[in-house]
Design a binder for this molecule. Structure first.
Ligand SMILES: Nc1ncnc2c1ncn2[C@@H]1O[C@H](COP(=O)(O)OP(=O)(O)O)[C@@H](O)[C@H]1O
Ligand SMILES: [Mg+2]
Length: 400
């Protein structure tokens, strides 16, 4: 109630009929202007009383939240529908989200939902519950509904474009890789042709057998090299089919650490771990996540030929899950840092240069990011940032 109305309502018995009429008109006007604000915002709003029955909804709310026909019928007839909102919502997930919030008396929460529009397209909604407070008392719930479809579609598009860009890089590096063996095959074939025609021109004998075999061996080796390049290329471009399930990364890390401890001992590497105590679950493919860790740890081991310290941590910062792998090994110069994720980039004699390409692809598939921080002679940190699902964020302690 605004101050003016408050003041006047105390004196209502002393007001003349004219003054009451004036007051009434003012209230109607105020109400209408509030109502038009409610109707013109792009966020869907549905207001429920303390028993979770709908008292009001704006047009956007009616359009976004799938409600059963009987709700619209009673709204048209200006009647209140005497049912809890979850019985009126025409989507199981949303209905159970609302009912659960009511049972567990949770407010100030939000969750994302995917709905199918009648045309068959996906619609992404973010639904938040806010307390409705009047006279300092909780008297209901405001359901706020935002259509985040466009934002989501743009994210997917960006993700695809990024993949396409890395594919172009990949194709360029394959072309480069193929050039060398093709060049030497062509040189040795020319040498063979020359010696054959020379032999024909003279005594028609095949040139020295050893000489011939040597050339053919080299050609065979180069063909093998080409074949390997193609096999690796196919591995690098093949889309990874990740099956993302809610998993506790700390549990996976702990089980994996037991597996590589003996190797670390043998190589004089001390392992330090720093894991968050009650880890939320995040969407991962366990097998692929293990592959990522194997690659990062193997690279770290190679970077510390004289031994050293390997630190693995799992933490939460700014609503994100952060996993870091740090070594105090040889480190990398700037040029190496800028190329580590490139397919075939390696500084090792027997390296494939595909380990970190795979790591990058998997982390992208998990919706995350990976960064490198390195100083020559001091060491390297690979930092993986992964999103925490909305449903898990709610369970996080407030201090984080
Ligand atoms: N922890 C690390 N410390 C120093 N250099 C690293 C580290 N991890 C990766 N690198 C550099 O990145 C390159 C690419 O790594 P990767 O893709 O795993 O291929 P590979 O291990 O086969 O060389 C390595 O050759 C190395 O130069
Ligand atoms: Mg490697």
């Amino acid at each position: 109630m605004n101050a003016f109305v408050k003041r006047i309502s105390k004196k209502i018995s002393k007001l003349s009929p004219d003054q009451i009429q004036q007051l009434f008109n003012q209230l109607v006007e105020e109400n209408e202007s509030l109502f038009s604000v409610l109707e013109s915002i792009s966020t869907g709003l549905i207001i429920c009383d303390e028993k979770w029955k709908i008292t009001q909804s704006n047009k956007v709310g009616d359009r976004l939240l799938p409600l059963k026909a009987r709700y619209y019928e009673s709204k048209q007839a200006d009647l209140q529908c005497d049912e809890e909102i979850w019985n009126l919502v025409d989507d199981e997930d949303i209905a159970s989200f609302l009912q659960k919030a009511s049972n567990e008396k949770k407010i100030n929460i939000s969750e994302e939902f995917i709905l199918k529009t009648p045309a068959g397209a996906a619609r992404y909604l973010n639904i938040s519950l806010l307390p409705l407070v009047q006279n300092k008392k909780l008297c209901g719930t405001i359901i706020k509904i935002d259509d985040i479809t466009e934002k989501r579609n743009q994210e997917t598009l960006l993700h695809r474009m990024e993949n396409l860009a890395s594919l172009t890089n990949l194709a360029a590096s394959v072309a480069h890789e193929i050039k060398n063996p093709l060049g030497s095959i062509s040189i040795y074939i020319q040498l063979l042709q020359k010696s054959i025609s020379k032999a024909r021109a003279t005594d028609e004998k095949i040139p020295d057998e050893k000489f011939l075999e040597k050339y053919l061996d080299i050609i065979n080796q180069e063909i093998d090299r080409l074949n390997n390049i193609i096999v690796d290329f196919l591995f690098a471009v093949r889309p990874i089919s990740a099956e993302l399930l809610p998993e506790n990364p700390v549990k996976i890390l702990e089980s994996y650490i037991d597996f590589f401890k003996p190797e670390l001992n043998e190589k004089n590497i001390i392992l330090k771990t720093d894991f968050i105590e009650k880890s939320p679950k995040i969407l991962l493919d366990e097998k692929l996540f293990k592959q990522v860790m194997i690659n990062l740890v193997q690279n770290a081991i190679v970077a510390m030929p004289e031994g050293g310290t390997l630190t693995i941590s799992a933490k939460i910062k700014d609503d994100k899950y952060i996993i870091s792998v740090t070594d105090n090994g040889i480190g990398m110069d700037e040029n190496t840092v800028s190329r580590v994720f490139e397919p075939y980039f390696t500084t090792k004699v027997t390296g494939t240069g595909l380990g970190l390409t795979m790591v990058y692809k998997v982390i992208k598939e998990f919706g995350g990011e990976i960064e490198v921080d390195s100083i020559v002679g001091e060491g390297t940190t690979f930092k993986i940032t992964l999103p925490i699902p909305q449903s898990e964020k709610r369970l996080l302690p407030d201090i984080i």
